[in-house]
Design a protein around this ligand. Sequence first.
Ligand code: GUN
Length: 285
Amino acid sequence: MAQIIDGKAVSAAVKAEVAEEAAKLKEEKGLKVGLAVVIVGNNPASRVYVNNKKKACEAVGFQSFEYALEEATTQEQLLDLVNVLNRDDRVNGILVQLPLPKHIDEKAIINAISPDKDVDAFHPINVGKIMIGDYSFLPCTPAGVMRLIESTGTDITGKQCVVIGRSNIVGKPQAMLLLQKNGTVTICHSKTKNLKEVCLGADILVVAIGRANFVTGDMIKEGAVVIDVGMNRLDNGKLCGDVEFESAEKKASFITPVPGGVGPMTIAMLMKNTLTAAKQQAGIE
Ligand code: GUN
């Protein structure tokens, strides 16, 4: 039976480290760390995420600046706001919550965010830096996954790592981070033919495909570390991951629950990136 990886506890430890450093920055340098969060429209899930980000800012002692714009906001108006935030010294990090309404080109918005304030690490400059291993910010979810794997005491070097999912936000950067830790990495996706076979070879399995209960226990190698990035809402209102927990926990050595696994880590890593941004902008790091 697997040990459950407690994402809430690990994220609390990350936030405590960040809060301590933020307090020191304020005391020693008079710096107050600030994060701007921009939300456009009324997507209920985005609203929940944005509220959680604001709460996390409060908890670690950051200032948060919320910009809630109406659905009809034009791309030009949003670009104008991003440019204002790029120049605002109180703002160390800028997060534009995705998805954006259909009439706005997400790429154009991401490209407009100053790479120094891009705490999501979505800007092509930051994506490129991750590829060459020379980065300041890691994308929050893959960075959180790495921290969870680390918390199990697993050495990634030489391990077979399988990532299911190839999104720009999770799958692709996740594969890069595992590779940097000397994992032997395979990326699978919805068109992969021999998925079960590939999964059965995985010592470390990270699942981010966005399909409820997609990975079942019979696809998991005995003793594997299983990280479930999925967050799906079933018809009965319950939340579940991309991994069928009951069958998977019988095979895995460590497994993340949903909720309470990867989810809390994403916000903790966002706080860490915002702190890093503030230090860099102050010439401290
Ligand atoms: N929407 C879902 N996840 C994320 C995220 O990590 N960052 C942003 N900006 N939007 C998201």
